[in-house]
Design a protein around this ligand. Structure first.
Ligand code: CUA
Length: 324
């Protein structure tokens, strides 16, 4: 039920991930060489009938047990530590800054546009390629950890504290992000999508995200004559959304829905996934989510709305899907 989004620290698409993959390959290579030498010596020791003078074997133990490990670990530590300044350097002044808060079990994402206006979205992060980006990470409840394996290292999200992470995507694509710190029942389903695009697509996306939804206004315009069923259904959907409790937790900017407990759904229809990266955003999956919320994501805070009729669910699905 999930389309492919790369989630591998070795399928690197960012500067930080490049260095981490490099370190991984050096460590794996070095460990393999040492392993082969040790196993070779063990096999030799089992099969050899030669008597070895105590002096020689003593040197082997001191050399192999103390000198070589000290040299290898010192080199590895120096090599690893030398990477830190670059990975930790903040993004240059004026870089794109995105706030992300971990919430059980989803991600509140806030952009600030050039006019200084804050734009909230959830569970999906767009980034322009070849630009440094600074994340300000925090948590609204327990400790989470923000990790986009293809782009770089992970950083913990702590309640009452803001941690920073700089990433620098180098390749366009859709990547998967995860929570990397056990945070309760739905920890493994606390995921998100990262879409790295060219600057123009990113700018257009951000402008679109700033738009408020005016469902009734839009429908009273030119879309009404040809799409009356959809229009009627969408108005039904909005009515259901507002009257059946959805808006207590979810906001749709431009409508009366202004809940802040759950993910902002203003541009829900434009997102690739639902339920925090758990399923692709299709009408079929959304229906499943509304009918069997706790079956799809055990532990989720959203209640199951079993009192919704089939018609109401259908209209909600159509309405939410149209919020592009
Ligand atoms: Cu949030 Cu694990």
């Amino acid at each position: 039920m999930n389309s492919s989004a790369s989630q591998s620290a070795l399928d690197s698409a960012g500067k930080g991930a490049d260095r981490i993959a490099e370190l991984f390959y050096w460590m794996t290579g070095g460990a393999s060489v040492i392993w082969i030498v040790v196993i070779g010596l063990a096999i030799y020791a089992m099969w050899s009938r030669r008597e070895h003078p105590v002096r020689t074997t003593g040197w082997l133990v001191i050399g192999g047990g103390a000198v070589v490990p000290t040299i290898v670990l010192t080199v590895l530590l120096t090599y690893g530590l030398a990477m830190l300044p670059e990975l930790h350097r903040p993004a240059p002044e004026g870089s794109l800054t995105i706030e992300v808060a971990g919430v059980r079990w989803w991600w509140r994402v806030t952009y600030t546009d050039e006019a200084g206006e804050r734009i909230e979205t959830a569970n999906e992060i767009y980034l322009p390629v070849d630009q440094p980006v600074e994340f300000k990470l925090t948590s609204e409840d327990v400790i989470h950890s923000f990790w986009i394996p293809s782009l770089g290292g992970k950083v913990d999200m702590m309640p009452g504290r803001t941690n920073r992470l700089k990433l620098h995507p180098t390749r366009e694509g859709v990547f998967s992000g995860v929570c990397a710190e056990y945070c309760g029942t739905a920890h493994a389903q606390m995921r998100f999508r990262v879409v790295v695009t060219d600057q123009k697509t990113f700018d257009e996306w951000l402008v679109n995200q700033t738009r408020n939804m005016t469902v009734r206004g839009e429908l009273s315009g030119d879309r009404e004559p040809d799409g009356s069923r959809l229009a009627a259904n969408m108005l039904d959907g909005e009515t259901t959304f507002l009257s059946r409790g959805c808006s207590a937790c979810h906001a749709i900017r431009g409508t009366r829905a202004d809940g802040v407990v759950g993910p902002d759904l203003t541009h829900f229809g434009s997102r690739l996934s639902i339920a925090a990266g758990v399923m692709d955003n299709t009408a079929e999956n959304l229906t499943r989510w509304l009918v069997d919320t706790h079956g799809v994501k055990p532990g989720v805070e959203m209640p199951e709305f079993q009192s919704l009729s089939e018609d109401e669910i259908e209209s909600l699905v159509e309405f939410l899907g149209a919020l592009k």
